[in-house]
Design a protein around this ligand. Structure first.
Ligand SMILES: *[C@@H]1O[C@H](CO)[C@@H](O)[C@H](O)[C@H]1NC(C)=O
Length: 483
């Protein structure tokens, strides 16, 4: 992290110098930067419980956890600024926003925070963060995301509702992390943003807090790079609706379906789906995401090798891509390695059906160390991936282009999305495809088929099979995609 931060800062200062020297040059030149979590412009405030119930050794664990969840950010005045508040009866500002340049300095500062001890006045601490810490940021106008993470082990002795509402009113996103058995769920829910399934996290005790480290890291990063939301079933998912973002809905011919929401688009050789990456992924890509495409490859297209989706740098270096090869019947995922080289992983087997001329849903679950491929909700294969580098956002993002050229390959696309939450992989179904989730069956007849379509945790996220039963309620409609 330090390496990256140093290089980026160097780059930044070089560009700033060039800009100063050549004020008439367009701003485009300055924009040759990577974007990802590390370059997100965040004001991030950790509000940590230091009351008696925590104890010295658990307080040390909490500090280490904060260090761990911070490692993905580039701590500098250009990118993420961090503050730490320890609280008991009163809040104490341990580290104020913008005091540290680089991760090493921050780690040392956080390790040196002495444990306070006292009662638990969480509401007061949140109010202090809003009024005195976020408010004191030197770059209030530039900052993109203001995020607070409240870590507590117990029930607050004061009211948390007003302070939390004030935080949200000011556009501050609040995560609540409850540790141990003394916590009150309703309190965490009122502290945090909605939905609680996203913004409230639990750990059994401080010894187990590293179990929620990766999910906290991913959530913080999602918050930084995925500002948009896609309406899915009853909840909005963070992610990128590429049909919309890439203007496919305007550029390609519609293939009508019975449901307005399930129109497919036919790309021809003269369609050009190319947009500036900056418009599509202004903050880059999150470390984990789910790529979903529902498509049909017909005729000669099913024999070609082409990039279904690709992000190119200004110099046409591949930043991220999903490549289909009808000749080998494979799917390839490409990303950048830490050393700026391309890395490609090939799914050699299991994707044959994708090239059979019918509708299919291709889903890739991308994680920092592996990619998992699915076809029509069935797991095909899991392959290892080396650490990825943030993408360059000053190039172009394209759809259905032949490898190495700007020629469009004719394909039909019904869905093209990138979800930021990796768990969306379990919730996303291929129910838009008739043969995967037929409408003319009843739920009782084919329960297995349908539960297979939407396996998800129950409760707020919707019971398993929700999408199927939703469609089953509309038997009069023709399936939107005919096979
Ligand atoms: C922090 O990260 C280190 C190294 O990955 C790990 O060994 C440790 O358990 C983590 N601690 C916490 C509290 O997350």
């Amino acid at each position: 992290m330090r390496q990256l931060s140093y290089r980026d800062m160097l780059l930044w200062s070089v560009w700033s110098a060039i800009l100063l020297l050549t004020p008439l040059e367009g701003a485009e030149e300055e924009e040759d930067v990577r974007a990802g979590c590390s370059t997100a412009v965040n004001d991030l405030v950790y509000i940590v419980d230091g009351s008696w119930s925590v104890g010295v050794s658990d307080f040390d664990r909490a500090k280490q956890w904060l260090i761990n969840i911070t490692s993905q950010f580039d701590i500098s005045s250009h990118y993420t600024q961090l503050a730490v508040i320890q609280y008991s009866d009163t809040p104490r500002l341990e580290i104020s926003l913008g005091t540290h340049q680089g991760g090493a300095e921050f780690i040392e500062a956080i390790q040196n925070i002495p444990y306070l001890g006292g009662n638990t006045q969480t509401g007061r601490a949140i109010k202090f963060a809003v009024d005195h810490v976020f408010a004191a940021s030197q770059r209030a106008s530039q900052v993109k995301n203001r995020i607070a993470v409240v870590v507590t082990d117990g029930k607050s002795q004061d009211d948390v509702v007003d302070a939390s509402m004030e935080a949200r009113a000011q556009g501050i996103t609040v995560f609540a992390v409850g540790v141990g058995s003394e916590i009150t769920t309703s309190e965490l829910v009122s502290i945090a943003n909605k939905p609680s399934s996203t913004y409230v996290l639990y750990a059994e005790d401080y010894t187990n807090i590293d179990r929620i480290r990766d999910s906290m890291k991913q959530k913080l990063c999602e918050e930084s790079v995925c500002p948009t939301r896609i309406p899915v079933a009853s909840r909005d998912e963070k992610g990128f609706e590429l049909l919309l973002g890439l203007n496919i809905q305007m550029k390609a011919k519609k293939i009508p379906g019975s449901l307005v929401s399930e129109i497919a688009y036919a790309l021809t050789a003269t369609t050009d789906i190319t947009e500036n990456t900056r418009e599509i992924f202004p903050e880059g890509l999150p470390p984990s995401y789910v790529f979903v495409a529902t498509l049909r490859l017909q005729g000669s297209t099913s024999k070609l090798t082409f990039d279904l989706w690709r992000v190119l740098s200004k110099d046409k270096e591949m930043q991220a891509a999903v490549t289909l090869s009808g000749k080998d019947k494979t799917v390839t995922f490409t990303a950048m390695r830490l050393n700026k080289e391309e890395q490609s992983v090939i799914f050699k087997n299991g994707f044959q059906n994708l090239y059979d001329g019918k509708w299919h849903q291709l889903k890739l679950l991308v994680r920092p160390s592996q990619v998992t491929g699915f076809l029509d909700d069935e797991l095909i294969q899991e392959v290892k991936l080396e650490l990825m580098e943030p993408i360059y956002i000053n190039g172009e993002t394209q759809v259905a282009k032949r490898r190495g050229t700007d020629l469009t390959v004719p394909v039909e696309i019904q869905k093209l999305r990138l979800y930021c939450d990796p768990h969306q992989s379990e919730r996303e179904t291929a129910c838009e495809i008739y043969s995967v989730c037929p409408l003319n069956r009843t739920a009782s007849e084919d329960e297995d088929d349908c539960s297979n379509c939407a396996v998800g945790p129950p409760g707020q996220r919707g019971p398993p099979g929700r999408m199927c039963s939703y469609q089953l309620l509309q038997p009069l409609h023709e399936p939107s995609i005919h096979l």
